[in-house]
Design a protein around this ligand. Sequence first.
Ligand code: SF4
Length: 160
Amino acid sequence: MIKYLKKRFEEPIKVDKELEKKRQKLRENIKKKFAGSFAIRMVDSGSCNACEAECNALSNPYYNLEELGIHFVASPRHADAMLLSGVMTVNMYHHSVDCYQQIPSPKWVIAVGDCVKNLGVFEKTYAIKGNDIKVDHYIKGCPPSPRDIIDGLLEFVNKK
Ligand code: SF4
């Protein structure tokens, strides 16, 4: 075990060149189009939590979105965009609309995961209201990987 750990720590960290290229592009575009800072308020409107787990990974030292100027913020009043995940449930509808209304304009809604758009693996039930908040950009997948989310954010920023 000690030998294995020693070997692991001595190995140089492999850089994923393709991912690094995308990260650099994202950093440049955030700098150009959002003055170097893009703040996101994440709202889970009724997900299975897998999309959140993937989004959380974006803050780890590997994907490190903070370094590119993308921040997850606690207050919608500090946000530029809402990142919406999950089916829109009756219980989360008012909170989600309230959150959207509190984001200062100009503002955008980016939806993560298939179930925001078309219920995905869920079926329509009395607990599901359906989303009528205007979505500006969809990131598909169930769940999308952190890499897919970076691709989706890059697409969104390129459109701006
Ligand atoms: S898109 Fe899939 S992984 Fe994401 S919240 Fe919906 S069911 Fe879960």
